[in-house]
Design a protein around this ligand. Structure first.
Ligand code: ADP
Length: 396
C-alpha cells in the first residue's frame, strides 16, 4: 500500500478509541493465525466493526503469502465470517507475492522455483503446508464452493477478470483463488477489485489497489523520523531464509547468542539477566543477535519433548522478554524475525501503533512506533522474507 502511494499506519490489535492520524489505509494486526478458529473469527469481526466505524470503504483480510493455515483454519473461517458480516457473496483469495517469489499458477502456489510443499513450509513448526493446491486447501476450510481465476484470464486484463468473477458468482462460487506470477498480473487484478467489499490475500495484491483511489507512488508516503539509538535483532523464525540470515550474520562476525528452548525454564527474569550480561558490552559496538532459530530436525526434537504449542509459546515468551529488555537498555532500532515472534515482541514492547516506512526487502518495511520505553524503529520480518544479508542490510 505504501509503495503504491498510501499513507499507512498499523495498529497492534483493535484500538479502543478512534484513529487520530491522517492516513489512506489502516492495518489492524491480529495474532490470529494459529489460535482456535472461533477466536480468530471473533477478533476479526471486532476489527471489522472498528474499521467500519473509521469509515473504511474496502476491507482486506491479509494472510501469509505461503497461506499458513491448518485444515481447521484460520483463513477459511475468517473469510466466511467477514463475508457474512459484510453481506457479500463473493471474494478472492490469492497469497501471490511475486516480488518474494510467491506465485500462483493453475491454483498451485510456488515459493521460489518449487511448489509450496517442497519449500520448507512442509516443516513449519505450527502450520505445516503439505498441499500446494490452494483450491483444495481453501475448500478444506470453507463451506462455500471455491473456484479459480487462472492465469489465462488474468493475462487478458481487468475486464476478462470481471467477466470471470460474474460467471463464478452465477455458478455459486463464493471464493476464487486467483493466479498471479508477476506484479503486472497484480496490477491487472487491481481494477477488477474496485468496489469489492472484501478482498482476501497476502500483501502482494495491495500493490494494485491505491490506484483505485486515484493515488500514485510517492516518497512522502513512506517518510519516517530519523533512526537513532542502539541496534539489535531477535529471531524466533525457523524458516530456511532465517536460518541462512542467522548464519550469514555470524559468518560476518556479528555478535550472536543462541537460546536453547530445552534450557528455558520460564523464569524470564533470570534469562533476561543472563542475556543482558552478555549483550551490554557488545551493544555499543554494533547490532547484536539473540536467536532460537534452528534447523527442522532440531525443532522436531524440541517439539517432541515439549509439545508443539508449548515449545512455541515458551520461546516466544522468552524472546519477547529479551526484546523488552533491549528497548529498556537503549535499543531503538530493532529487527524481529518471525511472524508469531513479532506478535509476541510488539505486545511486550507496549507498541500499539506503527507508522509504515520504506521497504528493506519486499514485504519488510522499517516502521516507527512509540513503545513503553520510548520511540523505536522496528522491522518485523516474517519467516521466509529477506535476502541472506537481511540483518546487516536493514541497519545499513
Ligand atoms: P515464521 O515467521 O518463520 O513462521 P514464527 O515466529 O511465526 O516464524 O513461528 C516460529 C515458531 O516456532 C514460534 O512459535 C517460535 O516460538 C517457535 N520456535 C522458535 N524456535 C524454536 C525452536 N528452536 N524449537 C521449537 N520451536 C521454536
Amino acid at each position: 500500500l505504501v509503495r503504491s502511494g498510501m499513507r499507512v499506519v498499523q495498529t497492534i490489535g483493535v484500538p479502543t478509541g478512534p484513529l487520530n492520524v491522517p492516513v489512506d489505509a489502516v492495518v489492524v494486526a491480529l495474532k490470529s493465525r494459529t489460535i482456535p478458529a472461533a477466536e480468530a473469527v471473533a477478533q476479526s469481526l471486532q476489527a471489522l466493526r472498528w474499521l467500519q466505524a473509521q469509515g473504511a470503504e474496502q476491507i482486506y483480510f491479509k494472510y501469509c503469502s505461503t497461506f499458513d493455515s491448518t485444515p481447521e483454519g484460520n483463513i477459511g473461517p475468517v473469510t466466511e465470517a467477514l463475508m457474512d458480516a459484510l453481506g457479500t457473496d463473493f471474494t478472492i483469495a490469492t497469497p501471490a507475492f511475486p516480488d518474494n517469489g510467491r506465485t500462483g499458477f493453475k491454483g498451485f502456489l510456488f515459493a521460489g522455483s518449487v511448489l509450496l510443499n517442497e519449500s520448507g513450509m512442509q516443516n513449519h513448526p505450527l502450520t505445516p503446508m503439505t498441499d500446494p493446491n490452494l483450491v483444495r486447501v481453501m475448500q478444506a476450510q470453507t463451506r462455500r464452493p471455491v473456484g479459480l481465476i487462472d492465469h489465462s484470464v488474468v493475462a487478458r486484463g481487468p475486464e476478462a477478470i470481471g467477466a470471470r468473477i460474474q460467471a463464478l458468482r452465477a455458478e455459486g462460487v463464493g471464493v476464487a483463488i486467483v493466479d498471479a506470477t508477476s506484479n503486472d498480473d497484480l496490477l491487472r487484478l487491481g481494477p477488477a477489485l474496485k468496489g469489492m467489499p472484501l478482498v482476501t490475500a497476502g500483501s502482494g495484491v495491495a500493490i494494485g489497489l491505491p490506484a483505485n483511489w486515484g493515488l500514485a507512488p510517492s516518497s512522502t508516503a513512506s517518510a519516517l523520523p530519523r533512526a537513532q539509538g542502539l541496534r539489535a535483532i531477535v529471531s524466533g523464525s525457523c524458516s530456511l531464509a532465517t536460518n541462512r540470515q542467522v548464519a550469514h550474520f555470524q559468518a560476518q562476525g556479528g555478535a550472536a547468542l543462541a537460546l536453547d528452548p530445552l534450557a528455558l525454564t520460564g523464569d524470564t527474569e533470570m534469562l533476561v539477566a543472563q542475556v543482558m550480561a552478555w549483550a551490554q558490552p557488545l551493544l555499543r559496538q554494533g547490532p547484536v543477535l539473540v536467536y532460537s532459530t534452528a534447523e527442522p530436525e532440531a525443532v522436531k526434537a524440541i517439539q517432541a519433548r515439549l509439545g508443539v504449542a508449548q515449545a512455541g509459546a515458551l520461546v516466544e515468551h522468552a524472546l519477547a522478554a529479551v526484546a523488552r529488555a533491549f528497548a529498556q537498555a537503549g535499543v531503538q532500532q530493532l529487527v524481529v524475525a518471525g511472524g508469531e515472534t513479532s506478535g509476541a515482541c510488539v505486545q511486550a514492547l507496549g507498541v500499539t501503533q506503527l507508522q509504515i516506512g520504506p521497504q528493506i526487502d519486499p514485504g519488510v518495511p522499517w516502521c516507527h512506533a512509540q513503545g513503553a520505553a520510548g520511540p523505536l524503529h522496528l522491522a518485523l520480518k516474517s519467516g521466509n522474507f529477506g535476502t541472506d544479508d537481511f540483518f546487516s542490510k536493514a541497519f545499513t
